[in-house]
Design a protein around this ligand. Structure first.
Ligand SMILES: Nc1ncnc2c1ncn2[C@@H]1O[C@H](COP(=O)(O)OP(=O)(O)OP(=O)(O)O)[C@@H](O)[C@H]1O
Ligand SMILES: [Mg+2]
Length: 500
């Protein structure tokens, strides 16, 4: 074998109306972590799908393990060759067990029947090898998304592949889980395997990768040793220009007017949030910080009418309101952009237009009939503001890159004209340039007198965007920090400070 375990040369892939890959290159050395970087829609996932047999390149050559391969017919062939992939979008079979999800398509059999005992044993062994603590018999729908992502990683590892593609593997992982993943990666590397790693988290990239390849608009930009470059260099090559500020400047203080008040919120479910009290001011961005299990998502879901309360009252502009359903929430001008957008938010086969306006349907209907003349310009404008990269509004949303799908969902909520917008991890999976656009949009919203609650696990984002941060730990509010006192150490301390 030569210097590289994999070479992808001059790969071209066209879709109707788009050239997703326009002479893309990638050369991966054995036993290394190779980061593949680029803005949303740059072609990273498409290139990897060509390698994994999901897409077929129109032009170009793939050399794997010293052999030239014209085309990888399907994923089965890719796996047989020694290439496995963790997808950006999780698709667990929700009503099957964890172990069935791991071995799907290759169940062990005995006398022609699925051998569940062997499957269980194999799973236990696999999980033990990588130190994963999940019950193989648990039903997928009952397992939290972050754990499912680890199961997905275990599945990819179980193929004994020479190359493991990880497309945004940490997007729904917590800090501890990320550390755990990095340990597995180190182990895989030491076994001589290579990892192609896609992520929008710069810190991660520079920490774990050996080589970095940057793509832009489907084209190859360059490959460097990670130790020779820094974040600014990568960003500059991704975006094609310098990007000095990561956060737009907020030049306006929130008013003292209280728009939303949460009083004594305790969840009906056990081991969830307890006695939460806070006020949200007009024009304020209230950040919610915390670690996994802090129950931040659960709390905002309750405010949005998705979760039952054991006790608690909600006040909007001083008047008590009842929010028992999403419909109630919308009626009261509350919008929620969920964390698990892929699972809960996207209508894959519908067009971008439909996906954008779906939450604001009423305002585009005239006597019950949808008015396209109104829908289109509105959707088009908000997609433009967010710089959604797409052929046109009629494109099915599933054809967009992961990050661009997210932007469409943000556009959707902006169109509803709610005065309280809750963002749960607003920029997960979104590239640095587009993040800035989303931040700018958030600031536009508060300038117009709207108020924002933002859950974020990214400390720079939390501190860069919030006026005030409420920190939670294990369902309890452990403190509030004002902007002048923002301090990473203090926030982390509060995030881990609740002791029963
Ligand atoms: N099945 C498809 N049909 C049509 N266009 C597609 C399809 N898949 C991808 N594209 C287009 O190809 C381009 C590259 O998309 P890709 O998903 O590879 O981007 P990416 O670099 O992975 O972005 P992200 O960081 O947002 O995940 C985008 O313009 C996307 O809309
Ligand atoms: Mg992608």
């Amino acid at each position: 074998m030569g210097e590289y375990v994999l070479e992808m040369n001059d790969i071209v892939k066209r879709f109707p109306g788009v050239i997703a890959l326009n002479h893309a290159n990638l050369k991966v050395r054995p036993g290394t972590v190779h980061a593949l970087m680029g803005e949303n829609g740059a072609g990273k996932s498409t290139l990897m799908k060509c390698l994994f047999g999901l897409y077929h390149p129109d032009e170009g050559e793939i050399i794997f393990d010293g052999k030239s391969i014209n085309d990888i017919p399907n994923t089965k062939a890719a796996l047989a060759m020694g290439i496995s992939m963790i997808h950006q979008e999780l698709h667990p079979i929700r009503y099957r067990s964890v172990m069935e999800n791991v071995w799907i398509g290759r169940f062990p059999t005995r006398f022609g029947f699925v051998d569940h005992d062997k499957m269980y044993k194999d799973t236990v062994e696999l999980f033990k090898k990588i130190g994963l603590n999940v019950d193989p018999r648990a039903i997928a729908k009952n397992v939290p998304p972050s754990q499912l992502q680890l199961v997905e990683i275990a599945r990819a590892v179980s193929y004994n592949a020479k190359i493991i593609i990880m497309d945004e593997p940490t997007s729904s992982l917590t800090e501890n889980e990320v550390e755990y993943l990095f340990k597995i990666i180190a182990q895989l590397k030491s076994e001589g395997r290579s990892i192609i790693y896609i992520s929008h988290k710069m810190e991660e990239i520079l920490r774990i990768s050996d080589d970095v390849t940057v793509m832009r608009d489907g084209k190859y930009v360059g490959t460097w040793l990670a130790k020779d470059i820094d974040q600014d260099f990568i960003i500059k090559n991704m975006v094609g220009r310098d990007l000095t500020n990561r956060f737009p400047i907020k030049d306006q203080e929130p008013s003292s007017e209280v728009v939303l008040e949460v009083k004594n919120f305790t969840a009906a479910a056990k081991r969830s949030f307890v006695d939460v009290n806070f006020q949200l001011h007009k024009g304020e961005i209230l950040g919610i910080g915390g670690l996994v299990g802090a129950q931040r998502t659960e709390l905002v879901e309750a405010i949005f009418g998705l979760r039952a309360l054991a006790s608690g009252q909600l006040y909007k502009n001083g008047r008590q309101i009842e929010v028992k359903s999403v419909r109630d929430a919308k009626k009261n001008g509350i919008a929620l952009l969920t964390e698990e957008r892929r699972q809960n938010g996207i209508f894959g086969i519908l067009s971008i237009l439909d996906n954008t306006v779906i939450a604001a349907q009423q305002s585009f209907a005239h006597m019950g009939i949808l008015d396209n003349a109104k829908r289109e310009p509105a959707a088009s404008q908000s997609c433009q503001e967010l710089k959604v990269k797409m052929p046109n509004l009629a494109t099915p949303i599933k054809n967009l890159s992961g990050g661009n799908q997210q932007k469409v969902l943000i556009a959707r909520w902006l169109l509803t004209n709610s005065d309280i917008i809750i963002f749960d991890e607003p920029t997960r999976g979104i590239d640095v340039g587009a993040k800035y656009e989303i931040y700018t949009l958030m600031l536009d919203q508060v300038k117009q007198g709207k108020s924002i609650i933002m859950i974020s696990s990214e400390m720079p984002e939390l501190m860069g965007m919030s006026d005030r941060i409420m920190v939670m730990c294990e369902g309890h509010v452990t403190g509030f920090v004002d902007k002048e006192n923002f301090d990473q150490v203090e926030i982390m301390r509060l995030a881990s400070s609740f002791k029963k």
